[in-house]
Design a protein around this ligand. Structure first.
Ligand SMILES: Nc1nc2c(ncn2[C@@H]2O[C@H](COP(=O)(O)OP(=O)(O)O)[C@@H](O)[C@H]2O)c(=O)[nH]1
Ligand SMILES: [Mg+2]
Length: 690
């Protein structure tokens, strides 16, 4: 691929709801620029991952450079589902505009909202494409209106359809003044038919007014009834777009090719070059905040925003050049790992296809293979010019499942493979719960977990299974009780003898365990004090009635007996354990469960249903308040009831609801729940007399 200057680069994300035709549009662009010969070939380049082929949708972002009118348009073709929000957010950091695709037959959907919110957060200009206008139920006006009503975006129409649904004929593009039709992904341009001229004139007026808004001179002309030149309109519209004052809206049927070339023109004309965008916030070697302007003449620094490792491509590192020029046969330093990485075989990827390049200038995006010590969010810097960037902030994970290998011997492989996946996808989290002894996989959604399972199957050939994670119940007592713990054994040789009287008293939540030695007259020698305490602590680990750790109580050892020969540390530990088991059962034992604080954000219409759902989960609503167009519900809900909440919330709100959750406190479980837990528990060490 030829060399490009920073000014010739356009970095855009293709974002929006799954199935809105993003990948097909990227493929159509490849077809129209003769990078591929058929549309399907383009689609196969972008969605090449086995998971994508299987699911028929994008799971992992693809880089798709399109060379057009002397520019290199770096498209990051993104997934649409919330499960893959990590990919969307990482890529949003390196693009200069977000192109949000909308299904003409459904208007704004959840995926549209996700993309819009991320664009707002990252201060990215937005251009909309109402796509798939040839779809049977396509309704252009309705889809267009939904952008204003549901997103509150300030839009300006830049092209309009001729016919829609089964009557779709083509697109009138007001920027290039052409009529676009197409077949099999290829655009055909013609003059605007005479009968559409009036339509064009009236709609063009609106466009002109928006374009003139930021420029006094142009505004005066418009007010005086003068017509602006094409150049003026383009300049004004580009300025309004780049400053996020207006979002141009285009229409298309990407798989037909109408109006693919018009969309490509728009990418060249309306998308800010990286040099026109605000400087990137970073830190230097002293951890001072600095800003890096996109400047090819600057010191070289690049930021890694994505890594992939698959059977097809091996290990690939995707980066954006922040400043300077990344050149072949040079060495760059990774300040985070303090290693030098050799730059050779510099390339750009076109989906799965590698394309060699000589160099990549500030603002450009490319890839390197086999960088051994460089991970996502690292930087590659020239010489001692240390620049680091913060990792992408991610929303809280919303699902957690216990994962285990179907075959025991595969258990270790699972851990190692998931750790490798986590390196590439920081939204995944995997850990061993020391209390429940389960391996827990946390993620952004069920599909993401499903992809992990599927990759374990194809990658390391391990069948894994999922279970609902065990809840970390605890146990405690509610009243005082006392009694004797005795251990006596006489079996040839030296015997064992320990005898201690123990009193248990409840303590407030969170107090932990206190131990008091109240022996008088030396009936148990002081050197057995720690033996008794140890014995009680060990027994508390095993619980009272259902095998959960016992907490929040005081134990007092106030009487006992010793044998001059047979007493020992071990004997007193066993005696104390027995004493605890006996006494704790008489001390009104109860089970405590973790209660989570949940914060649910939903569109108002779903509020009633969501509250109803929380109630069935033994939830206690703490409050409701409006946040923009949405409602925020806060509630306390037992952790045990929350494992499938994500799935349910998505189904109730059609994916529009989101939630965060965190541990709040422990609380006594209701009697009927306690009965169930106790009944389900089968003690495996009722008797440990040896
Ligand atoms: N009728 C019609 N179908 C399209 C169009 N663009 C894409 N599709 C189909 O819609 C489905 C989803 O398209 P895809 O590009 O994968 O959507 P993405 O998830 O946004 O990348 C595929 O079956 C495409 O063939 C279009 O313009 N018109
Ligand atoms: Mg796609």
């Amino acid at each position: 691929m030829k060399d490009y200057t920073s000014e010739q680069i356009r970095n855009v994300a293709f974002a929006g709801h799954s199935g809105s035709g993003k990948t097909a549009m990227a493929a159509s662009m490849l077809l129209n620029t003769k990078a591929v010969e058929r549309l399907e070939e383009g689609v196969a380049l972008c969605d090449y991952d086995a998971e994508e082929i299987k699911r028929g949708c994008t799971v992992s972002a693809s880089l798709v450079p399109v060379e057009y009118r002397g520019c290199k348009i770096n498209i990051l073709d993104l997934p649409g589902a919330r499960d893959f929000i990590g990919e969307i957010r990482n890529c949003a950091r390196v693009v200069d505009t977000m192109v949000i695709f909308i299904n003409a037959d459904s208007g704004v959907e959840v995926g549209t909202e996700i993309a819009w919110e991320i664009a707002e957060e990252y201060n990215l200009p937005v251009i909309f494409v109402i796509n798939k206008l040839d779809r049977e139920r396509a309704d252009f006006e309705k889809a267009y209106a939904s952008i204003n009503t549901q997103l509150g975006a300030r839009t300006v129409l830049a092209s309009f359809p001729v016919g829609e649904g089964l009557n779709f004929k083509g697109v009138v593009n007001m920027l290039n003044g052409k009529y676009a039709t197409g077949a099999a992904g290829k655009t055909v341009l013609a003059e605007i038919p005479a009968d559409l001229k009036d339509d064009f004139e009236s709609r063009f007026m609106d466009l002109t007014e928006t374009a003139a808004e930021g420029d006094d001179e142009m505004m005066m002309k418009v007010l005086d009834g003068e017509t602006l030149t094409h150049e003026e309109v383009m300049k004004g519209l580009a300025a309004e777009t780049k400053t996020r004052k207006a979002c141009p809206v285009f229409v298309a049927a990407g798989s037909l090719g109408a109006d693919t070339t018009g969309i490509m023109d728009m990418l060249v004309d309306l998308v800010a070059a990286p040099t026109e965008r605000p400087a990137v916030k970073a830190q230097n070697a002293n951890e001072d905040d600095i800003e890096i302007a996109c400047d090819a003449a600057g010191t070289t620094a690049a930021f890694v925003f994505k890594t992939v490792s698959d059977a097809f491509a091996g290990y690939l590192t995707f980066f954006k050049v922040l400043s300077g020029v990344v050149k072949n046969d040079t060495t760059l330093n990774n300040p985070k790992t303090n290693t030098d990485e050799r730059v050779s075989h510099l390339m750009t990827m076109r989906g799965k296809k590698q394309e060699a390049v000589n160099q990549l200038v500030a603002g450009d995006i490319g890839a390197l293979a086999k960088l051994a010590k460089t991970r996502i969010y690292d930087t590659l810097c020239e010489g001692k010019n240390t620049v680091t960037l913060a990792p992408t902030t991610m929303p809280q994970r919303v699902v957690a499942m216990a994962i285990s290998a179907k075959k025991r011997e595969d258990e270790e492989k699972i851990g190692a493979a998931i750790h490798r996946m986590m390196e590439q996808d920081p939204t995944l989290h995997f850990y061993r719960n020391p209390v429940t002894h389960q391996s827990i996989l946390e993620a952004m959604g069920d599909t993401q977990i499903d992809v992990v399972l599927s990759r374990l199957r194809s990658g390391v050939k391990v069948e894994a299974e999922l279970n609902i994670p065990k809840v970390e119940y605890r146990e405690t007592i509610t009243k005082k009780a006392e009694g004797e713990g005795k251990h006596k054994k006489q079996s040839g040789g030296r015997g064992q003898f320990g005898d201690c009287w123990i009193r248990l008293e409840p303590l407030p939540e969170g107090s932990g365990f206190q131990f008091e030695w109240a022996i008088v007259g030396g009936v148990i020698p002081r050197n057995y004090e720690s033996s008794v305490e140890k014995g009680i602590r060990a027994a508390m680990e095993k619980g009272i009635i259902a095998g959960n750790v016992a907490v929040d109580m005081k134990a007092v050892c106030y009487d006992g007996k010793t044998h001059p020969v047979d007493s020992s540390d071990a004997a007193f530990q066993i005696a104390a354990s027995k004493g605890f088991k006996l006494v704790s059962k008489q001390a009104g034992p109860i089970i405590l469960e973790p209660i989570n604080k949940v914060r649910v954000v939903v569109p108002e219409a779903y509020m009633g249903d969501v509250m109803g759902d929380l109630n069935t989960r033994r939830g206690r609503i703490l409050g409701m308040e409006a946040e923009g167009k949405k409602q925020v519900i806060t509630a306390l809900v037992p952790a045990a009831e929350m494992f499938d909440f994500n799935k349910q919330l998505r189904s109730i709100t059609q994916g529009r609801g989101i939630y965060e959750m965190g541990y709040d406190h422990y609380e006594r479980v209701p009697a009927e729940v306690q009965e169930k837990i106790v009944a389900a528990y089968t003690s495996d060490d009722e008797d440990d007399d040896e």
